[in-house]
Design a protein around this ligand. Structure first.
Ligand code: GLY
Ligand code: MN
Ligand code: MN
Length: 433
């Protein structure tokens, strides 16, 4: 894996020419008072280094005589490590992470200028750590003050994101392996949860069953698990998971694990008591048809947007057949009159982040899919008891109220078309009822 991190740094350096890039690790996030959340490295930092400690800085530059990759890390400190866990330390970081030079983080202000002074710009993403932003800005100002004497130095700060995120958007075979594992564990968790769920159980029990599987496989949640029964499924980010499930209701589970930093993101919706009502079944069939047709659009060269457009058309046709939307289909789609029923996009990139980085559109020009890109396909229909159709559209009969359905799979663009990583969780009606 070290070779792969080195390759990524090389690729990135080739793109920034005479610039020097500075990346900051994630901070420790406070849960409350003296207690911190488990540390999770910043995805850009991790992608380029594999180093997963807080309070670190990585520098990538082609503008230093000897060093291309430099790390600033927390030094070994046995007393502190007794409290907060082991640190790699300065010596071992050089060896283990392939850095040309490693310094204690306390030396950042003193050592950083030598990596910036010959660069034509600083690649740095202004982050939430104001003090660190100030460090970079003040170093830049200092260098610019002496620019007239030297005639070299960074004349601007540029966000590394567009360059770096274009690399992150296309996954390597090693990354895809991790994503396959994350998907397989999440598939197992969903399958266990579906068998476990039944009327009378509470949503949090199902959540525990899912996360138990994640834990047994050495992983954790990729995002807060959504276990939404009945009308709760109409709340897109419902995470309370406190309700007792009833017969004749649907259960929507949106849950995935993170395996070695790579995420899965799966949603399934099924009848808690093993039997769809007529209304649930009709809406489910529409969402499933939309999802299957949208997945069929995942093919290299196809515009990303086509996936959403395809799903929307199938959903709108279905709602029109039921009389829940009326009028001209093109106008309904163009003016987004379906939005009270379907208010989110049909997916997102997936990878080190659940909502992964990378562009979806280049101004007026569509982004076309490329092999190695990974995305979710997740259409849904949500008929909240409080739904308000747009003006000119009919009121929704109460028999549809409280039904929320989403079906979400993780899909890799391949040379020939696509590979659905999460197809091991059933979604056909006959497998659910
Ligand atoms: N679970 C987050 C999402 O589906 O985007
Ligand atoms: Mn998703
Ligand atoms: Mn999801």
């Amino acid at each position: 894996m070290q070779t792969e991190y080195a390759q990524r740094r090389q690729q990135f350096l080739a793109k920034i020419g005479k610039g020097t890039a500075v990346f900051r690790s994630s901070p420790m996030a406070v849960m409350h008072n003296d207690v911190e959340y488990n540390f999770r490295q910043d995805s850009d930092f991790f992608y380029l280094t594999g180093f997963n400690e807080a309070n670190a800085v990585a520098v990538l530059t082609a503008q230093h005589e000897h060093h291309r990759f430099v790390l600033f890390v927390q030094p070994k400190d046995l007393e502190k490590e007794t409290w907060t866990g082991y640190r790699v330390g300065v010596e071992a970081a050089k060896e283990r992470f392939g850095a040309d030079e490693v310094y204690p983080i306390a030396e950042l202000r003193e050592k950083l200028p030598q990596y910036l002074e010959k660069a034509d710009r600083i690649y740095y993403r202004l982050g939430r750590d104001r003090r660190f932003n100030d460090t970079i800005l003040s170093q830049w100002q200092t260098l610019m003050a002496t620019y007239p004497k030297r005639g070299t130095g960074p004349t601007g700060i540029e966000d590394p994101a567009p360059t770096l995120h274009a690399l992150r958007q296309v996954k390597s075979p090693a990354e895809l392996d991790r994503m396959r594992t994350a998907a397989a564990i999440s598939v197992e968790a969903h399958n266990r949860a579906r068998k476990f769920a039944c009327p009378g159980r509470y949503e949090y029990e199902v959540q525990a069953e899912i996360e138990h599987t994640f834990g047994l496989r050495g992983t954790g949640v990729a995002y807060p698990s959504i276990v939404a029964s009945g009308a709760n499924a109409c709340v897109l980010h419902y995470t309370e998971n406190t309700r007792q499930m009833q017969d004749h209701e649907l259960l929507l589970i949106d849950a995935g694990c993170a395996y070695e930093y790579y995420n899965a993101d799966i949603t399934r919706t099924f009848p808690v008591g093993g039997k769809f009502t007529a209304e649930q079944k009709i809406l489910y069939e529409i969402v499933l048809a939309a999802q299957m047709k949208a997945i069929a659009q995942v093919h290299p060269g196809n515009p990303y947007k086509q996936i959403h457009d395809t799903a929307v058309r199938v959903l709108v046709e279905g709602l029109m057949d039921l009389g829940l939307l009326v009028g001209d289909i093109e106008e309904i789609i163009k003016e987004e009159k379906y939005k009270p029923f379907y208010m989110h996009r049909t997916g997102h990139w997936l990878g080190l982040d659940v909502h992964d980085v990378g562009v979806y559109q280049h101004g007026e020009t569509p982004h076309n899919l490329e092999p190695g890109q990974v995305l979710t396909v997740e259409p849904g229909l949500y008929i909240s008891p409080f739904i308000k159709p747009v003006e000119g559209q009919p009121e929704v009969d109460s028999r549809w109220h409280g039904i929320g359905i989403r079906i979400e799979d993780d899909v890799v663009v391949t040379e020939q078309g696509c590979e659905v990583l999460t197809e091991g969780v059933p979604k056909a009606i006959e497998d659910l009822a």
